[in-house]
Design a protein around this ligand. Structure first.
Ligand code: PBG
Length: 317
């Protein structure tokens, strides 16, 4: 008889034959940095996650470096928002300053990443500028290009083009190169879906969005379309490709065609669901977290953005 169970018979054997190992270096911690707070503010829909301040950010960066995770992804939460997201391109704006602080404290120990998108900075909450009630793709590209240069100048190592505008990677790459930031890397959000799983994130960034993002983010029904988006991002010069949220069939398909590293973003709703179930005693929290990260890597992700990065790194280290 063929007996696959032989390889499962002891913890030592299972450890030896494990196909996938999640390493702290693959994990990236998303960090929210808010303007105008005296102290970190808890995000109620994401228990354990806080809006940090510029003063508390250094401690988070030190923790990330000590945990030897791969990097941090910074999101800015400004006080003032307007139609074009002026704060996004302000060198003294919250995101730019956070990037400066993080890169100084990290001092090369982490890859400092920043979200390159307007939604945290616009009063309507959309990821771009509007023309009437529609998001104007090409006018938005101009803003992204400016924002990319500002964030690169602030010290970002990698820029996450998360807005789902057509041509965004090319526009940002061209602007970076023209400004001399030829080594700043781009994390192209090739496949980003319009999903209910971003719900808690809206609270995390004090989003003012009403409506949805279905005219620019992808329909969760579509898998083939993700590959088209990924091919475009690769052609436009993305250094790393992102799938978001952790739709693992899409991760797997993207990993098949990508010749650059593949990242996956385990988003706020995924975090909130596990935390809520664990808080109710309905699920083994630690096992669930590790299993979910293992699933991402098994599907083909090289990099996982997760709000559990620090805790998971401790368990895995
Ligand atoms: C857009 C952005 C979003 C998230 C990351 N970047 C929100 C959106 O697209 O609506 C969501 C991340 C999460 O839910 O954890 N800048």
């Amino acid at each position: 008889m063929i007996r696959p169970r032989r390889l499962r018979a002891s913890a030592a054997m299972r450890r030896l034959v494990s196909e996938v190992r999640v390493h702290p270096a693959q994990l990236v911690l998303p960090v929210f940095v808010a303007e105008g707070l005296d102290a970190p503010r808890p995000i109620s829909s994401m228990p354990g996650v806080f809006q940090q301040t510029l003063d508390t950010l250094p401690d988070v960066i030190e923790q990330a470096a000590a945990a030897a995770i791969g990097g941090v992804m910074l999101f800015g939460v400004p006080i003032h928002k307007d139609a074009v997201g002026t704060g996004a391109t302000d060198p003294d704006g919250i995101l730019s300053r956070a990037v400066g602080v993080a890169s100084q404290v990290a001092a090369g120990r982490l890859v400092v990443q920043a979200d390159l998108c307007l939604d945290e900075f616009t009063d309507h909450g959309h990821c771009g500028v509007l023309d009437g009630d529609r998001v104007d793709n090409d006018a938005t590209l101009v803003r992204y290009a400016q924002m990319g240069v500002v964030l690169a100048r602030a010290g970002a190592d990698m820029l996450g083009t998360s807005g789902m505008m057509d041509g965004q990677v090319a526009a940002v790459r061209e602007a970076l190169d023209a400004a001399g930031f030829v080594d700043t890397t781009i994390l192209g959000y090739g496949a980003k879906y319009a999903t209910a799983l971003y719900g808690p994130f809206r609270e995390a960034v004090n989003s003012s969005l009403t409506g949805d993002r279905r005219t620019y983010q992808q329909d969760p029904a579509n898998g083939r379309e993700a590959l088209r988006e990924v091919r475009l991002d690769l052609a436009e010069g993305a250094d790393v490709i992102m799938v978001k949220p952790a739709f693992l069939d899409v991760v797997s398909a993207v990993a098949e065609v990508s010749d650059v590293p593949v990242a996956v973003y385990q988003v706020s709703g995924e975090y909130a669901m596990v935390e809520a179930a664990a808080a109710n005693g309905w699920i083994d929290r630690r096992a669930m977290i590790l299993e979910s990260l293992t699933g991402c890597v098994r599907a083909g992700a090289d990099i996982v953005l997760t709000y559990w990065a620090l805790e998971a790194a401790e368990w895995l280290g």
